[in-house]
Design a protein around this ligand. Structure first.
Ligand code: ADP
Ligand code: MG
Length: 247
């Protein structure tokens, strides 16, 4: 479902991704761990071309995310379509503050997917119900807890019916008692066959839910494998040192 091959990205003279290659199969859950500054967010942002990679290929379900043309209109159309297949959930929820939970979810459906407003509202309700917020659809973000806001953000991404969901530290901005409700929505998604790539330092979640864990440091995949192996018996000293600090 996801193929990343030979990805390079520098900011000015600073190389951030130094040849990253991996694949994620349909329905697979891959957790990415690694120290701050190692390039994890840049990798996710390159996957949906929020950042343009310097080199390398990203394919979603066999189709290249990079536009094949220089024509600005065609480029934008292609990127919009590819991005609608890639759900993204950030550490900061990025909800529109002046819109209710429902309106936040409706927005992408009407603007990107051109779904009529009435139908979009029904779809939005379904997804908000799925993340346990049926009773909060008319609340504004400021009246929701961080965990509830993050669940709105997940519902917003899911409503677009993406082929893959990318999560960038979705629980690290939350108070500890709110982490569980977000992880439980993610666990539910995984169990229902969503293809997921999640940067997270919730090692318990990675151990239980991930099919594979990737340790990324200094712009490269240092080690990857089944969670038990990478988390309990890391082969590389940098992985071992990182895990001992997180635990
Ligand atoms: P991580 O998510 O693993 O903490 P990032 O991908 O955010 O790492 O950052 C990797 C490196 O790239 C860091 O050194 C960071 O300062 C740098 N970086 C990230 N985004 C930018 C940017 N837009 N401009 C310049 N440098 C950036
Ligand atoms: Mg990051």
């Amino acid at each position: 479902m996801v193929k990343v091959d030979g990805l390079y990205k520098s900011y000015g003279s600073l190389p951030v991704l130094k040849g990253v290659s991996f694949e994620v199969a349909k329905g697979e859950v891959v957790c990415i761990i690694g120290p701050s500054g190692g390039g994890k967010s840049t990798l996710l942002r390159c996957i949906n071309h929020l950042e343009e990679p310097d080199a390398g290929v990203v394919e979603i379900d066999g189709e290249s995310v990079r536009p094949a043309t220089r024509n600005p209109l065609h480029r934008e159309r292609h990127l919009n379509r590819m991005r609608s297949e890639i759900g993204m959930v950030f550490q900061r929820f990025n909800l529109f503050p002046h819109r209710t939970a429902l309106e936040n979810v409706v927005e992408g459906l009407t603007t990107v997917k051109k779904i009529p407003r009435n139908e979009a509202r029904e779809i939005a309700k379904q997804y908000l119900t799925r993340v346990g917020l049926a009773d909060k659809i008319n609340e504004y973000p400021s009246r929701l807890s961080g965990g509830q806001q993050q669940r709105v953000a997940i519902a917003r991404a899911l409503a677009m019916q993406p082929k893959v969901m990318l999560f960038d530290e979705p629980t690290s901005a939350l108070d500890p008692e709110l982490v569980g409700e977000v992880l439980s929505v993610m666990r539910d998604l995984a169990e229902n066959g969503m293809t997921m790539l999640a940067v997270t330092h919730e090692l318990g979640f990675a151990r239980e839910v991930a099919n594979r864990v990737m340790f990324i440091d200094d712009g490269q995949i240092i080690e990857e494998g089944p969670p038990k192996q990478v988390l309990s018996n890391p082969q590389h000293p940098r992985t071992a040192s990182f895990i001992s600090k997180v635990l």
